[in-house]
Design a protein around this ligand. Sequence first.
Ligand SMILES: *[C@@H]1O[C@H](CO)[C@@H](O)[C@H](O)[C@H]1NC(C)=O
Ligand SMILES: *[C@@H]1O[C@H](CO)[C@@H](O)[C@H](O)[C@H]1NC(C)=O
Ligand SMILES: *[C@@H]1O[C@H](CO)[C@@H](O)[C@H](O)[C@H]1NC(C)=O
Ligand SMILES: *[C@@H]1O[C@H](CO)[C@@H](O)[C@H](O)[C@H]1NC(C)=O
Ligand SMILES: *[C@@H]1O[C@H](CO)[C@@H](O)[C@H](O)[C@H]1NC(C)=O
Ligand SMILES: *[C@@H]1O[C@H](CO)[C@@H](O)[C@H](O)[C@H]1NC(C)=O
Ligand SMILES: *[C@@H]1O[C@H](CO)[C@@H](O)[C@H](O)[C@H]1NC(C)=O
Ligand SMILES: *[C@@H]1O[C@H](CO)[C@@H](O)[C@H](O)[C@H]1NC(C)=O
Length: 566
Amino acid sequence: MHSTDYYVGAFVALVMLLQVSALETIVGLYGETIEVPCSTGAPVTSDYMFIKWKYDKDDGTAGDLLVKRKEKDEASILASDEYRDRVNISDTSSLLIAHGTLEDQKTFTCMVVTEADVLLYPINVLVHKKPLPPQITEKAKELEDGKLTRLGECVSEGANPVANITWSRNGIPLVADGKMIVITPTVTVDKETGLSTTTSELQYTASKGDVDATFTCSSHHSLAPDQVSAPETFTIHYPTEKVKLQVVSEVPLKEGDNVTLKCKGDGNPPPTSYNFHIKGKKVTVDNSDTYTLIGVTRDSTGEYKCSPVDNDNLVDSKNITVSYLDVSLSPSGTIVRRVGENVAVTVQKNASGEVKITWTKDNTKLEKQPRFDKLKYSDSGNYVCEVSMAGLTQRRSFRLVVEGVPVIKRLDKQRGEDGKHKVLICEAEGSPKPMVLWSVNGTSEESPYVNGKITHKIVMVPTANLTVSCTVSNDLGHDMRVINVSSLFKEEKKMEREDQTDDSNDQAKLIVGIVVGLLLAAAVVGLVYWIYTKKSKQGSWKTGEKETGTSEESKKLEENNHKGEA
Ligand SMILES: *[C@@H]1O[C@H](CO)[C@@H](O)[C@H](O)[C@H]1NC(C)=O
Ligand SMILES: *[C@@H]1O[C@H](CO)[C@@H](O)[C@H](O)[C@H]1NC(C)=O
Ligand SMILES: *[C@@H]1O[C@H](CO)[C@@H](O)[C@H](O)[C@H]1NC(C)=O
Ligand SMILES: *[C@@H]1O[C@H](CO)[C@@H](O)[C@H](O)[C@H]1NC(C)=O
Ligand SMILES: *[C@@H]1O[C@H](CO)[C@@H](O)[C@H](O)[C@H]1NC(C)=O
Ligand SMILES: *[C@@H]1O[C@H](CO)[C@@H](O)[C@H](O)[C@H]1NC(C)=O
Ligand SMILES: *[C@@H]1O[C@H](CO)[C@@H](O)[C@H](O)[C@H]1NC(C)=O
Ligand SMILES: *[C@@H]1O[C@H](CO)[C@@H](O)[C@H](O)[C@H]1NC(C)=O
């Protein structure tokens, strides 16, 4: 026994002593040593001769227990019955009874004998025991909503006096009303020990609100604080009052999706089987609450319902919308067209919602839908049109090939960097890729073929004045142009200007010619003037002397003079 229990016991004993004035009573603890004090209140007088303890037998006679003489330290046991090995006396003359039982609830009398008197102190002994902690047994498997059901029994064993039991729900005591809550206590007494076992049966009318409620029972006893059982929860059965139809699949639903419908009743247990109304058709699923529609189409759009198999009045419905997107693109596949032609591009779509269209050409995003009014070589490529709607995307594509007969766009010549070579450039457009042929040999170099354009260069050393041709050709046809190339070494000076144009050289010659002509003309005029002045001097002198110069010249000059005068 714990010291606290002993303390409580002593306290109770004190209370009893104060209350019962006629016959003093003490309470001992079951199983412990019971100390029965001799004279209560005042200590026993020290001038006694001997002290004797005796008790009242069931038949009314008195039984001797022990006697203690003043001069002796030890008491002599008088009892011959079951008390023989259980009794002793303390220093304060209290009777000590080992291993207290309910049999010890008797009146014990302390007899103090002095020389003058015989004093009797009868004391009533009670033996108390607190019960074992209460336990809930005979638990109900489940509780029916609205139905009075035996929830269980609470058992509190081995008490004296009898322990009381109370039931609590979520810590709040339940009060029996005889209708919704019925509590039936019973007490049994153990024949051997005389201890009582209290059993309390609880009948309870559960409701949905009791789903998570905890039930406990407590035992109440004078010797101890209340003892509480382990909490118990119960499965509450209640009927389905509502069903809920859920679309488990991710929305938006689109064509080809598998759509799972789930029907849930709010009862416990929920219905095991359901009817699904799939667009007017009734489908029963047993031992399941789901139904899956495989590969829905736009025609699956509509109202869906479900109800428990045993109650058609409970229904829930959902409208299911399956989105769709049809796309057709014209042209399609690979189309081959001649340069300059036109191609019409059309996208046709049929969708259940707003769509967004994006275009790419060779994986590069285009600003808008392509238009081909007059095809260029650069229009060739892979065109992809992507039409998208929430959750749905469709791609369509075509490959456009622009073809054309090759055409030479430029045929040019340049002086090589070292001044000893000539570089001829032939630039052409056409598709498929044209082949370039020169009429002379040389080191050639070809640019990449991009957007139908190709540039071919040839480096050569002209040994003579040449007329060089460039020929471009593909499956569809050919083109040719020629260029005059003069010999390099003879006209090295001129070469520098040759790049520009040969005509400018001719103009220079002409200018030089004109300047030279003018100079010559000026010289002739000067000579004539000189002769004229000389002849004038001759005429004024009139000598017969011959002038220097030939007579022929003189004659001519004279003739000229006369002509001038005439
Ligand atoms: C009785 O108590 C005394 C001391 O109080 C002790 O010496 C003695 O052994 C006890 N006798 C029995 C039978 O327990
Ligand atoms: C036990 O119940 C009875 C009757 O209801 C009451 O008189 C008594 O005081 C209770 N005892 C305790 C310990 O609660
Ligand atoms: C739909 O279900 C079928 C059959 O269970 C399965 O073969 C198919 O892959 C599912 N489709 C999708 C989109 O999950
Ligand atoms: C489904 O659609 C129909 C017709 O538009 C409408 O009458 C019904 O109330 C809708 N049901 C739900 C659950 O929205
Ligand atoms: C689009 O699709 C719906 C559903 O299949 C169909 O009824 C309608 O005629 C279609 N419209 C066009 C323009 O193709
Ligand atoms: C070009 O070279 C080849 C062989 O190297 C020769 O047969 C051919 O005659 C040459 N053509 C011209 C135009 O010089
Ligand atoms: C090349 O042409 C130039 C005039 O452009 C001429 O003077 C020269 O003689 C020619 N050379 C040859 C080798 O024919
Ligand atoms: C090339 O030279 C020839 C004669 O040598 C001439 O007839 C022709 O016009 C010239 N061609 C060009 C493009 O200058």
